[in-house]
Design a protein around this ligand. Structure first.
Ligand SMILES: *[C@@H]1O[C@H](CO)[C@@H](O)[C@H](O)[C@H]1NC(C)=O
Ligand SMILES: *[C@@H]1O[C@H](CO)[C@@H](O)[C@H](O)[C@H]1NC(C)=O
Ligand SMILES: *[C@@H]1O[C@H](CO)[C@@H](O)[C@H](O)[C@H]1NC(C)=O
Length: 258
């Protein structure tokens, strides 16, 4: 039996509507109920929601995702779909490692905030995260500088960690670095020449570290570097007399070293 022609058309039209709705929902996905989203749903704020898992319904073409102040312990494999991300705020969580696949998928990322987590170390992958400008790793448990830091970084905040030392050539490939925050760590010394290649540096913070001011050999490089650099060296107590009679090695640090 042949069905009437108009019946066939109706079916086709229905199918089309269903298809459009389905595709539409994939592209225009609704904002997850516990988050707030911008009009385009490409900037999503899911902060302060007690989250341990990513909420369902996040659009894949997100540009900005705020997951700060939650309970994430591990985000491995969960962010791979969001390759348009430019801003990712993961601060104030419980992460003890960098999400392993993050460097491989987030090639558009400009700003990554991992402050106030439990990271102890991190290894980036060469030639990834090449657009990353700002990396905030402050208030973690880093005892060693992350390796293979993305080369176009302009701002690195590693303050309030447990850093004891920096390997001699670990800052050699950061030609655009302008702001480097190292205050509130456990540095007693910096290796000879370590800052020589950070030629774009404008501000560095070194204060609140137990610099071994009484050991001339350990601090001589830092003293000579602060005299040569045009960068502002902030919060450094090296020459301030804080170490009493032991500051002899650093007494020539210029006044702009505050
Ligand atoms: C994320 O949300 C927190 C808390 O609501 C806010 O303080 C922070 O500025 C936001 N981060 C970004 C990158 O906008
Ligand atoms: C990353 O690049 C640095 C500097 O070129 C090199 O020393 C290191 O071996 C590279 N690491 C890997 C895993 O390729
Ligand atoms: C990094 O994060 C901390 C805490 O969230 C904040 O106080 C600090 O200003 C941030 N650093 C930069 C360079 O934005």
């Amino acid at each position: 039996m042949q069905r009437p022609l108009h019946y066939l058309f109706l079916n086709e039209a229905l199918l089309e509507i269903v298809l459009v709705l389905w595709l539409g929902s994939r592209v225009l996905a609704v904002c997850p109920s516990m988050c707030s989203c911008s009009h385009s749903h490409r900037e999503v704020d899911c902060s302060w929601r007690g989250l341990r898992l990513l909420p369902d319904g996040l659009q894949h073409n997100l540009r900005s995702l705020n997951l700060s102040h939650n309970r994430f312990q591990n985000l491995d494999g969960q962010l791979t779909a969001y390759t348009h991300l430019r801003i990712l705020d993961l601060s104030h969580n419980r992460l003890n490692q960098l999400p392993v696949d993050l460097p491989l998928y987030q090639w558009n990322l400009r700003m990554l905030d991992l402050s106030h987590n439990k990271l102890e170390r991190a290894t980036f992958i060469n030639n990834t995260l090449i657009k990353l400008c700002t990396l905030n790793l402050s208030h973690n448990h880093f005892w060693t500088l992350p390796t293979n830091l993305p080369i176009n970084l302009e701002t690195i905040d590693l303050s309030h960690n447990l850093l004891v030392k920096v390997l001699p050539d670990s800052l050699d490939r950061l030609p655009r670095l302008t702001h480097f925050y190292l205050h509130a760590n456990r540095f007693t010394t910096l290796p000879f020449g370590v800052l020589d290649k950070t030629t774009s540096l404008r501000v560095i913070t070194l204060g609140d570290n137990p610099w071994a001011c009484h050991l001339y050999a350990d601090t001589a490089y830092l003293v000579s570097w602060t005299q040569r650099t045009s960068a502002r060296v902030l919060g450094c107590t090296l020459g301030s007399g804080e170490f009493g009679g032991q500051v002899w090695a650093l007494s020539h640090v210029p006044r702009r070293v505050l």
